[in-house]
Design a protein around this ligand. Structure first.
Ligand SMILES: [Zn+2]
Length: 256
């Protein structure tokens, strides 16, 4: 863990002290993970969690379930607080390491899979057969994450439509189920990309902007809060309660 992360943590703790009485009443907080156990070469953002850290975080999610009900990635509820667990990219370890930890605790989850990684035979990502197994697990939902993992905001209209449609079709053929959710590779989304996703048949989209999703939020521009390898169980609670949301300055809000 770098000094930068320590500074961020202290800023978030200070934020908590300054803002302690405000606890939201309803909405969905989406917690984003990438790999659990597989090292990602050159990983300054801490995208690769260890299995021990992931287990600790899920223990805490389970312990908080009276307040934050674990739910599938979905449009936010109006009358209760929910937490959704999601993964980007479709690493093999989502199936082999993360899914059993989630199943033991009865926590549903969504995996946003980059179709080209599966089709291309990437050694660290799900094979077609593993993808199918993952999709059949109770509580698992598969979403798209582009075909080539390109930044969609930099694609022209034709390339954008192809990325959105080809990835959905590939995944649907592979798992034999409809795919109606996506997350935007690199968190790169603007109004044009979200409109194209809606036109392609997606109902829900996840960005990389931190925040609690509340009723009225555009369902194609839902916020997600990343849990990094540097986070302690204490950071998890700070993030659930919004004390890291100041971090969203990294990504302008595509909904405004
Ligand atoms: Zn990705």
């Amino acid at each position: 863990m770098g000094l930068k992360h320590l500074a961020y943590r202290w800023l978030s703790r200070f934020h908590k002290l300054a803002d302690a009485p405000r606890t939201p009443k309803a909405g969905q907080r989406v917690l984003l993970f990438h790999s659990v156990g597989t090292k990602i070469p050159g990983d300054p953002y801490g995208l690769a969690a260890s299995p021990e850290q992931f287990r600790g975080v899920m223990d805490r999610v389970g312990a908080l379930r009276e307040l934050w009900r674990p739910a599938p990635f979905s449009a936010p509820a109006a009358d209760r607080l929910e937490v959704a667990i999601v993964f980007d990219d479709g690493f093999k370890d989502t199936l082999t390491t993360a899914a059993p930890i989630l199943a033991e605790r009865g926590i549903p989850f969504t995996v946003f899979v980059t179709a080209g990684f599966v089709k291309g035979g990437s050694p660290v990502h799900l094979s077609p057969e593993e993808l199918k197994r993952l999709a059949q697990l109770p509580g698992a939902q598969i979403g798209a994450h582009g075909f080539s993992h390109a930044r969609l905001d930099r694609c022209d209209d034709a390339a954008l439509a192809k990325e959105l449609l080809d990835s959905r079709k590939y995944l649907e053929d592979a798992i034999g189920k409809a795919v109606t959710t996506l997350s935007y590779p690199h968190g790169a989304v603007d109004r044009r990309v979200a409109a194209a996703a809606r036109k392609t048949g997606y109902a829900l989209g996840g960005t990389s902007r931190y925040g609690l999703n509340v009723r009225g939020r555009d369902p194609l521009l839902l916020c997600r809060t990343e849990i990094t390898a540097f986070d302690s169980p204490d950071d998890l609670e700070l993030k659930l309660r919004g004390h890291w949301d100041w971090f969203r300055h990294r990504h302008p809000d595509p909904a405004t």
